[in-house]
Design a protein around this ligand. Structure first.
Ligand code: AHR
Length: 634
């Protein structure tokens, strides 16, 4: 392999390898958002979904869900309980998101908004495991007659993935409650309305250059009425209007009738998380079109202004000074400094003439006011001939800055398309590979686990394809695998990058490939040839190399998709001198179908070693392996 360290062929953007976050597969509520209570404020269309009412000790009691909707208020309901008679108790018991995960010796923060005119009414809580053992408990202070939020911390005695939370009411009289919430005390950065620490850490460990949010199809909604509207997701959590998740039952392969968006994880939290992990924020906004897989609903062109205004206001919210309308709100929410928004997506996976018409109107207004914000436009679903090409052509005519291409394809497609961008039009529009993943055909993999489609083989085919993206970093400026997170018990789509249950999470081989590329990104791609041609599948080897001018490393990525080992010889030319000791990161498995699962999370994982470079620079690549060599410059 001839690598010319003096021959740059492309600049690699800071944002090259990023992450795509969507609330699919219970990725937000029940996943990254650390709230453990489902339907905490009775706003699900069936107000007691997730809750059970129990009575003990002959207690007589009644419960009503009171709707107190005032014009403009979004949280309409609370529970009114009348404890009529008897010594026992009335219990509201929450099932969590397919159980509540609690860990031994960890602390949990319970909170409840309540009011009561009766001195005799008392509230206490118990966390109960599936064997009916009480693993944690606490008492609430004396209640007052005006609404207040009460908070208690308790320590858990045993680990359980499937606890219930019992809110126990005793005494006599009336009590009203709302926003019944339970969080681990330890969240990501220990924020109160925080994120699940293990999942947030896994995302941070990917070192993503950007984070795309909030989707995905949920941006679009099944119909415009339930599209994602960022303004409804900020401010006090009890004012964020609940929404049906686009991935709820009817349209999902795997039914999830309890899938709603509480927006506890809203736009402020997304921006904050991006800042925490050093990722450029990339919000995607609805462009006036509902999900085209579900409905053909579009807003009429003369009614598009509010959608465009949402985009203008979002830029002001993220970047405006504290004196601007939305900048002031950001400051009030606790972030006086701007979030530095430089990328904005208009529409998710949209297509057709209707998209072009709407995109043009957005672009005209946004670019005249905020020329510094790059706009991303959609190229529709996976490349599928005429429609895709036509859309691409039209967007290029409009001088679209970045075009979002999605590909969910089989392994062969990825390997065949390694050269996809070698001959791409280089003028004007650039590419954002905004969603991609190798989909293993069902008959190629035994379905023993939900995670079983995230095989090493799928990861290697993605890695091979990614060498093609890196080689063409002048055209492909950003890329993200999708989807990102999936609950093992409630998923609608696979494969996914990270799987989780109520207690644990597991990184897939695909995750490790993303991490290997992002951590070892480099900023300038170098000419990497074999017999004068890019090394893109000859003898089952795929290669690319770059230089990290800041850290002073040459980085070589070598993917071997053959079952057999391959020996490669690096012929490095140019004026750069190398140190003797280099780092070799290797991800491999002999078995194409190997995958990581929650019960065997370390089956496939990268190994790192330091070796002497030697004069000949010869490397034996294992069969089925992805390799990153980091060669420090002297
Ligand atoms: O990633 C899953 C879905 O795939 C996304 O919501 C959508 O954009 C695409 O169709």
């Amino acid at each position: 392999i001839d690598i010319d360290t003096n021959k740059p062929i492309a600049h690699v953007s800071k944002e090259m390898w990023g992450i795509f976050f969507e609330d699919i597969n219970f990725a937000a509520d029940g996943g990254l958002y650390a709230e453990l209570v489902k339907n905490r404020s009775f706003e699900f269309p069936m107000p007691l979904m997730g809750w059970k009412q129990l009575k003990t000790g002959g207690k007589q009691a009644s419960l009503l869900i009171v709707n107190h909707q005032k014009a403009g208020s979004s949280h309409a309901r609370h529970a009114a309980i009348d404890l009529i008679e008897g010594p026992g108790s009335f219990v509201l018991s929450n099932e969590g998101f397919r159980g509540i995960g609690l860990e031994k010796d960890k602390q949990y923060r319970f909170s409840i908004a309540a009011c009561s005119f009766s001195d005799s009414v008392k509230i206490r809580i118990e966390a109960e495991d599936p064997k009916n053992e009480i693993v944690g408990s606490a008492k609430i202070d004396k209640l007052t007659s005006d609404w207040q939020t009460y908070t208690v911390i308790f320590k858990c005695k045993e680990t359980t993935a499937k606890a219930r939370l019992n809110v126990i009411f005793e005494g006599k009289g009336k009590v009203e409650v709302d926003m019944i919430s339970l969080f681990p005390r330890e969240t990501w950065k220990n924020r109160e309305n925080g994120l699940r620490a293990d999942l947030a850490q896994k995302l941070a460990d990917l070192h993503p250059g950007f984070m795309r949010f909030p989707g995905g199809c949920i941006v679009e909604g099944r119909e415009l009425l339930n599209r994602y509207q960022w303004k409804k997701t900020i401010g006090p959590t009890d004012g964020r209007e609940l929404l049906l998740n686009r991935w709820n039952v009817e349209f999902a392969k795997r039914s999830a009738p309890d899938y709603y968006q509480s927006f506890g994880l809203g736009f402020f939290e997304y921006f904050q998380f991006c800042e925490d992990i050093g990722a450029s924020p990339l919000p995607i906004l609805n462009c006036g079109m509902a999900c085209q897989y579900n409905s053909a609903e579009v807003v009429s062109l003369d009614q598009l202004d509010p959608y465009i205004q949402d985009a203008l206001d979002l830029i002001d919210f993220a970047n405006g000074p504290q004196t601007s309308k939305w900048g002031a709100l950001r400051a009030q929410l606790g972030h006086p400094k701007p979030f530095n928004l430089r990328l904005l997506g208009i529409g998710n996976e949209q297509w057709g003439e209707q998209y072009i018409e709407r995109f043009k109107l957005f672009a005209a207004v946004l670019k005249s006011k905020y020329p510094e914000v790059k706009l991303i436009s959609s190229a529709g679903p996976s490349p599928n001939g005429t429609m895709f090409d036509l859309l691409n052509k039209k967007l290029r005519e409009e001088k679209a800055e970045l075009i979002d291409e999605h590909y969910y394809r089989d392994p062969e497609w990825f390997l065949k398309n390694v050269n996809r961008y070698d001959t791409y039009e280089r003028k004007d529009s650039k590419v954002f590979a905004g969603e991609y993943a190798v989909h293993i055909p069902d008959n190629m993999q035994k379905d023993t686990h939900a995670e079983s489609h995230n095989t090493i083989w799928s990861a290697l085919c993605e890695a091979a394809f990614m060498t093609g993206l890196e080689r063409n970093a002048d055209v492909v400026q950003m890329a993200s695998y999708a989807p990102l997170l999936a609950s093992i018990e409630a998923w609608q789509w696979r494969p996914d990058l990270i799987w989780f249950d109520n207690l644990h999470s597991v990184a897939t081989p695909n995750y490790y490939v993303q991490q290997m590329f992002a951590v070892n990104k480099g900023d300038v791609v170098l000419s990497t040839l074999s017999k004068g041609k890019p090394l893109a599948g000859q003898d089952s080897i795929y290669a690319t190399s770059s230089i990290d001018t800041v850290k002073g490393n040459i980085i070589v990525k070598l993917i071997n998709t053959s079952l057999n080992a391959r020996t490669v010889n690096l012929n490095l030319s140019g004026s750069n001198q190398l140190k003797d000791m280099i780092t070799w990161i290797e991800l491999s498995d002999k078995d194409k179908s190997a995958f990581n699962s929650l019960d065997n999370p370390q089956a496939v994982k990268p190994e790192m070693k330091t070796i002497k470079l030697g004069k000949r620079k010869t490397f034996e690549l294992k069969g089925l392996s992805a390799n990153v060599l980091v060669l420090p410059l002297s």
